[in-house]
Design a protein around this ligand. Structure first.
Ligand code: IFM
Length: 486
């Protein structure tokens, strides 16, 4: 593959805004790319069950084959090397390692990830595994799923098994990806697996996911050593009030921030659930599932906080008895916003991506500087950022996705602004390396910087991927020159 090594000046000046050593990479997740769902003793996950349930995903799409990364991973690592990536964030499928979510490891499942890690390292690409990106073993869901405390202990056992096998080669682990989605979309809105609509269970899931993070981090460190890097990837919500002078709208901002952001940041980084969150949801749950010492277990020191950011949202207090606006993409079914019945999500101003999400790079700067202020000294890593657009393969085979390039370029500018303002951001992982299974949207939304033809599985680097490779090459050259000079 040819990459653009002489960057045009706008790209060159963007690259210069990032310090030497800044990590560039891409991210994926097991169920979205692997396929091979019956290979080598893998067990069923909740996403297998959910996607095979009629009506749950667009077009009835499933991850059975996905982009066949389970078989094509060598080719995909070559692609990453060709792009010049310095890091690759992928997730480990729990049901490949423990087909029923408990008991001894399935060595063949671990062999697969061990080979992947070795090959990445040979190419100079840092592997950044996420232990849980939503594919809970179905057997654990049958035993109650995340609303049940034991699931957190099972996760810790799984984390320990993975660390025993890979721990000698992994400098940074991520425990969970976007527990907001696992808890609220999975157990309150029911639009993600396992598809339950039980608000109280969603809150119990929030806590048990937090507990799993803490117990899992401890298991990783007890096997791989106290100084092994551990973080979690949270999907932050940046709510903006419709009317900044309206106390009701500001209250809506507070509620969304509490449910979406502080429900995880609080326990993980401060060892407590925010009082206002507990008040907001008091009518749904008394949080009696929090046991003595849980919060201590959860608040392990983090090496880095993973930040997933795509868009901001508009919120306001719903007044009157009319229907609420739900332009947050969750339709008019059950709400993920437990205990926030008076909050509505009016439509944001265009432009939007193919997900219907607004494009608001300033929201990322605000988020990063806000986190840096609240948690000084905590390194931040952009674990996901990217956009879905309706890509087209032109007759000459190129994918001219200028809208995606512009999105990534503007968000990188926003990251650089945050760094200038003092935020300690260590890296950026674009979502996603490859087009893939976008959960309930099936294959209808493409996020990749590499296009995948789902009939032939042919990979084609999109223009955005070429641009990204050029940026990385330029950054490497500038960093080398700076290091030699200093
Ligand atoms: O595809 C997802 C990913 O699995 C988690 N974060 C958001 C992405 C885009 O929706």
């Amino acid at each position: 593959m040819t990459t653009q090594t002489r960057a045009p000046s706008a790209t060159a000046s963007l690259a210069q805004r990032f310090p030497p050593g800044f990590r560039w990479g891409a991210a994926t997740a097991a169920y979205q790319i692997e396929g091979g769902v019956d290979a080598d003793g893998r067990g069923a996950s909740i996403w297998d069950t959910f996607s095979h349930t009629p009506g749950r995903t667009l077009g009835g799409d499933t991850g059975d084959v996905a982009v066949d990364h389970f078989h094509r991973w060598r080719e995909d690592v070559e692609l990453m090397a060709g792009l010049g990536l310095g890091a690759y964030r992928f997730s480990i499928a729990w049901p490949r390692v423990q087909p029923t979510g408990r008991g001894p490891a399935n060595e063949k499942g671990l062999d697969y990830y061990s080979r992947l890690v070795d090959t990445l390292l040979e190419k100079g690409i840092q592997p950044i595994p996420t232990l849980y990106h939503w594919d809970l073993p179905q057997a654990l869901e049958d035993a109650g799923g995340w609303p049940v405390r034991d699931t957190a202990y099972r996760f810790a056992e799984y984390a320990g098994l993975v660390a025993e096998r890979l721990g000698d080669r992994i400098p940074l682990w991520l425990t969970l990806n976007e527990p907001w989605c696992s808890a609220y979309l999975g157990y309150a809105a029911g639009v993600h697996a396992p598809g339950r609509t039980e608000p109280a269970s969603a809150l119990a899931a929030v806590h048990h996911l937090n507990l799993a993070h803490g117990l899992g981090a401890r298991a990783l460190r007890s096997v791989a050593g106290d100084d092994v890097g551990v973080g979690a990837a949270l999907n932050f919500h940046v709510p903006r009030p419709v009317d900044p002078s309206s106390p009701g709208d500001l209250e809506a901002v507070r509620k969304v921030d509490a449910l979406a952001n502080r429900a995880f940041l609080g326990p993980m980084l401060e060892g407590r659930y925010p009082d206002d969150l507990l008040d907001d949801v008091a009518g749904v749950s008394d949080f009696g599932f929090v046991h003595d010492r849980d919060l201590e277990q959860i608040a392990v020191p983090l090496t880095a906080l993973g930040v997933n950011y795509y868009a901001s949202c508009l919120v306001r207090q719903h007044v009157g008895t009319g229907p609420k606006e739900t332009a947050d993409g969750h339709g008019d079914g059950a709400s993920p916003w437990v205990g926030a019945d008076d909050v509505e999500f009016p439509a944001t101003a265009p432009p939007h991506t193919a997900m219907g999400w607004n494009i608001d790079p300033a929201g990322l700067t605000e988020l990063l500087t806000g986190l840096a202020t609240r948690y000084p000294g905590l390194p931040l890593l952009i674990t996901e950022n990217g956009a879905a657009f309706a890509d087209r393969v032109d007759a000459d085979g190129r994918v001219r996705d200028a809208d995606r390039t512009a999105y990534v370029r503007r968000h990188l500018g926003a990251v650089a602004d945050a760094i200038d303002a003092g935020a300690d951001v260590r890296g950026y992982l674009v979502w996603s390396l490859l087009d893939n299974f976008e959960w309930a949207y099936g294959y209808e939304r493409r996020f990749g910087i590499v296009h995948v033809d789902y009939d032939t599985q042919a990979r084609t680097v999109k223009d955005s991927g070429r641009w990204y490779a050029g940026l990385l090459a330029y950054h490497e050259a500038v960093s080398r020159a700076r290091t030699e000079r200093d």
